[in-house]
Design a protein around this ligand. Structure first.
Ligand code: ADP
Ligand code: MG
Length: 677
């Protein structure tokens, strides 16, 4: 008997050779074949009369072959077979390229189904290279599979039919009956049968619903279990909220959105459970001040904090920002980065350990090492647009149970955030500090570059500063601009009398810092840089940015880059230079030019790249999904999040017998994802 876990080679009609091809498609077992869902469907059940067949769309036509196809040798290696078919009312031309086999199958006077794209004009319709079946064999919705050379969609379809016949019965049902009833979900056998061979659109919908729900539920549960070690344990409580005091100290008035985020978090921190909050706000919305208010309040309650940044530049910038926020308050900050000498590091760690330091700032790597705190109560992670799902899990293992605050610059839809972050509470900063003007964005081709330089010069003449961003550090791929050469070129040809700086990721930390502080102090007017400035750098006087090879950058990345300007009172401009011709690239760049709404951009970015890629699944442990699409299946996403909550409420560790199947699903989905914490 064939079972879901049987090697695919034992399935009828497969064998060793085809098994290798199936392995190429990631299908080693019969069960994997059952879960190898069609990538599309052809609806052969709806037969369209020839004279009603829509132009340019796939459809199915039934017709009798009028005469045997004639071969025309167009040139060596290209033979075209032509014939006509009739449905009794109209004629349609059929053209078959190079396939003698397909042409020979068509017998004059016999009836067939033809599926393909209809072209032609009012005087006649035509189908080129249609899929052909005997009229008796069609009348159904056909699955189309991703295939590989030597293994066609047709063959996969037939093997799948065999797998369903032989093994669908013994597929384990992972979802308990009460759950299926509550959410109106098909049983697994019907779902698998109908996803491959739906008899109607309704059957397909029902199958998709069950399988997408199951996959999203599994993902949500998996992410929750990763973190559930933290649930319910008591962190260091803040006895008295001192955030209001801090907000009064700020040189500006906090926006209402900032105040709300601070209040949300301050309330969390006075509870017995550790805070687990995400603060979402577009670039420039002022997340740092929110974090500082909480750090301040913690310090005034004799509780230490740690702030983690994704890059060293950003860590040292945070160090400066927090230090100036806390001037005169008695709160002591320290920076721990890779560029400190061993003895300096030792000194910092010692002071952290004995409680002299209230706030330690660094990158993830530094904080995760052997740093001991006297009384760590708050960890702030500035992720900007990176999503360190797995990383955060590791952090909570530090033994203490600190309150955690994650700051993210990527506004993502709420249900999606719930999916990814699960039990994180969310505060949204949906308001920009007053007086901000979003940057104007222009898209230009390379031949307009000189005009752009003049435009930049005029900014520098007014005492403003600017950035030029290049995709590379050194000359590499010929058509790409490299920062180092670019700066030399600018110095010798266009900006001879200007102060230029260079910043890239391969510079030593101390060099980077000195360049950044010269730029911040206005000693550098124009900074030529790679994307190291992408994250969080804050120099309000910078009002113009030019991005070379803009097509090279992702949408969210461009949005982050552009977020470096428009931080001051001056109107700012972002110039995207690109000679890209590709439709997709142009579409992306036009989106950038047309909106500065981070929410829209993130959504578009996710749509273009797919959420897995967007969230950096490879690095961060989000497993790949087979059927669900987190961007479009939003209704099921919300249902799955709700169902996951209900399941965990009754069975927090998924230990119940009835949840055994779900637990196995979680293990399976996360097996390759690298999520172990
Ligand atoms: P992000 O959310 O991108 O991290 P920052 O915290 O770096 O933004 O803030 C961007 C700039 O806006 C900083 O220069 C900061 O001092 C300033 N800022 C923050 N909040 C306000 C406010 N309420 N009013 C005026 N300026 C503010
Ligand atoms: Mg920031």
């Amino acid at each position: 008997m064939i079972r879901p876990d049987s090697d695919i080679k034992y399935l009828k009609g497969v064998g060793e050779r085809r098994a290798q091809l199936f392995a190429k498609l990631g299908v080693p077992t019969v069960g994997a074949l059952l879960r190898f869902y069609p990538r599309a469907y052809e609806d052969w059940s709806k037969i369209i009369p020839i004279d009603e067949a829509p132009f340019g769309e796939n459809c199915c036509v039934r017709g009798v072959v009028v005469r045997k196809p004639e071969a025309n040798l167009i040139r060596r290696g290209l033979t075209i077979y032509k014939t006509e078919v009739t449905d009794g009312k109209s004629l349609m031309r059929i053209t078959i390229f190079n396939s003698r086999y397909a042409a020979d199958k068509l017998v004059q006077g016999e009836e067939y189904l033809f599926f393909g794209k209809v072209t032609g004009n009012l005087w006649g319709r035509e189908m080129a290279s249609p899929a052909i079946e005997r009229a008796s064999g069609g009348d159904r919705i056909r699955p189309i599979y991703r295939c590989t050379e030597g293994l066609s969609s047709n063959v996969i379809e037939m093997r799948t039919a065999a797998a369903i016949e032989g093994a669908a019965e013994s597929c384990a049902e992972a979802l308990p009956r009460d759950l299926r009833e509550k959410y109106d979900l098909l049983g697994i056998k019907d779902a698998l049968t109908q996803i491959h061979f739906p008899k109607s659109g309704g059957e397909l919908e029902a199958a998709r619903k069950r399988l997408i729900f199951e996959e999203l539920l599994t993902l949500r549960l998996g992410l929750s279990l990763m973190r559930s070690g933290k649930r319910g344990r008591v962190g260091v409580k803040i006895e008295r909220d001192r955030t209001g005091e801090f907000l009064d100290l700020l040189p500006f008035r906090a926006t209402n959105a900032q105040k709300r985020a601070v209040a949300d978090a301050a309330r969390d921190m006075m509870r017995d459970e550790p805070m687990n909050r995400l603060v979402q706000g577009d670039v420039g919305s002022g997340k740092t001040a929110v974090a500082a208010a909480l750090v301040y309040s913690a310090a005034k309650n004799a509780v230490q904090s740690a702030v983690m940044a994704p890059t060293e530049i950003l860590a040292s910038q945070h160090f400066k920002t927090f230090s100036s926020f806390f001037e005169g308050t008695g709160i002591k900050c320290a920076l721990l980065t890779g560029s400190l000498s061993a003895s300096e590091k030792r000194a910092v760690k010692e002071k952290v350990k004995n409680g002299e330091i209230n706030l330690l700032i660094g990158t993830h790597a530094v904080i995760q090492k052997d740093v001991e705190f006297l009384r760590l109560g708050l960890i702030v992670t500035d992720e900007q647009h990176r999503f360190g799902v797995a990383q955060r899990g590791a952090l909570s293992k530090k033994g203490v149970n600190p309150h955690t605050l994650v700051m993210s610059a990527t506004p993502i839809p709420r249900t999606l955030a719930l999916m990814i972050y699960g039990d994180l509470d969310i505060s949204v900063i949906d308001e920009m500090p007053p007086g901000r003007l979003p940057p104007e964005t222009y898209l230009i081709s390379g031949d307009k570059r000189e005009r752009a330089y003049n435009y930049i010069k005029r900014h520098l003449d007014r005492g403003l500063q600017g950035y030029i961003v290049c995709p590379l550090i050194e000359e590499g791929e010929s058509e790409l601009f490299a920062a180092r050469e670019y700066k030399e070129m600018l110095e010798s040809r266009y900006f001879a009398d200007r102060k230029l700086g260079l910043l890239h990721g391969r510079m030593k930390q101390a060099e980077k810092e000195s360049v950044m502080s010269s730029f911040a102090a206005g000693k550098i007017e124009l900074l030529v840089s790679t994307t190291v400035i992408e994250v969080g750098v804050d120099v309000p006087n910078a009002a113009v940015m030019l991005v070379e090879n803009a097509e090279r950058f992702g949408l969210s990345q461009l949005h982050q880059l552009r977020g470096r300007i428009g931080r001051g009172a001056a109107k700012s401009s972002c110039i995207l230079v690109s000679d890209a011709q590709g439709k997709e690239a142009l579409r992306r760049l036009k989106i950038m030019a047309s909106t500065s709404d981070g929410f829209k951009i993130a959504e578009e970015d996710m749509r273009l790249r797919g959420p897995g890629d967007f969230f950096g699944s490879r690095q961060h442990g989000l497993p790949e999904l087979k059927i669900a699409d987190m961007m479009t299946d939003t209704k099921l996403l919300a249902l799955a999040v709700k169902a996951a909550e209900e399941i965990l409420r009754d069975d927090p560790r998924l230990k119940d017998e009835k949840n055994k199947g779900i637990r196995a699903n979680v293990a399976e989905l996360f097996r390759s994802g690298g999520v172990s914490n």
